[in-house]
Unconditional design. Structure first.
Length: 235
């Protein structure tokens, strides 16, 4: 076994310090190298461009995210409004259909109510126009009044045929027949009085003139119609 004795200890310490210092990271040199690279203007421009690109991409993503969230919220509100408005529109259409049905029923009632007094007026006018020594033996409807067809707004509707009445009677005086026809023509409920047949006949051994008149019903002006309240006695 050999024993070594170091007669110069400072030399070993120097070598250790040298080896240890050589193994350490030279931070100052590295920073100096990086700083020297940053002195290149094109490198700075490139780094700034990358940074701005990343910042712009992040900003674009943020704005798109906000826009998408806003659109989703608006779509949800629009769907809710659409459902609510659909119910309102359905209710309105149902109400309009019910209104149209009621209006049609009212029109039918008006027509029926307006025509139910036609014949009482006709008989009353015929009786009022009848002169002395003249009698009516038959009153009949000769033609039916037809309602005018529905036309578009702005077009002229064709006139509806009037209700036709045929009167058959006898008179002992031809002049009375002429007076009767004039009285009928003067009535606001009658028009177009025409003599269809006039002939001499024997009734119970007496010579009379038998006549047939064709008359049309005329709807009078409302001003000539007199209405009275209906009163019912209550006991």
């Amino acid at each position: 076994m050999a024993i070594e004795i170091n007669l110069n200890p400072s030399a070993r310490k120097k070598s250790r310090s040298t080896s240890s210092s050589s193994s350490k990271f030279d931070f100052g040199a590295t920073m100096g190298s990086v700083t020297s690279k940053f002195k290149d203007p094109w490198l700075l421009v490139a780094i700034a461009g990358v940074a701005l690109g990343l910042l712009g991409a992040f900003g674009q993503w943020f704005l798109q995210e906000r826009a998408e969230t806003d659109l989703i919220a608006r779509e949800r509100v629009a769907v809710q409004d659409s459902a609510r408005y659909a119910a309102v529109v359905a209710q309105r259409r149902a109400a309009e259909a019910q209104r149209d049905s009621i209006n049609r029923q009212i029109e039918v009632i008006k027509q029926l109510d307006g025509n139910r007094f036609v014949w009482p007026h006709i008989l009353d006018e015929v009786s009022r126009a009848l002169p002395t020594y003249t009698w009516i033996t038959s009153v009949a409807q000769s033609s039916r009044a037809i309602a005018a067809p529905t036309v578009a707004v702005g077009d002229s509707a064709p006139p509806a045929p009037a209700l036709g009445i045929r009167l058959i009677g006898i008179t002992v005086d031809v002049q009375a027949l002429t007076i009767f026809m004039k009285n009928l023509e003067a009535s606001p409920f009658l028009q177009n009085v025409n003599l269809a047949v006039s002939e001499v006949a024997l009734v119970e051994g007496k010579q009379v003139t038998e006549f047939t008149l064709d008359v049309q019903y005329s709807k009078p002006d409302p001003s000539v119609i007199r209405t009275v309240p209906l009163s019912v006695a209550v006991r």
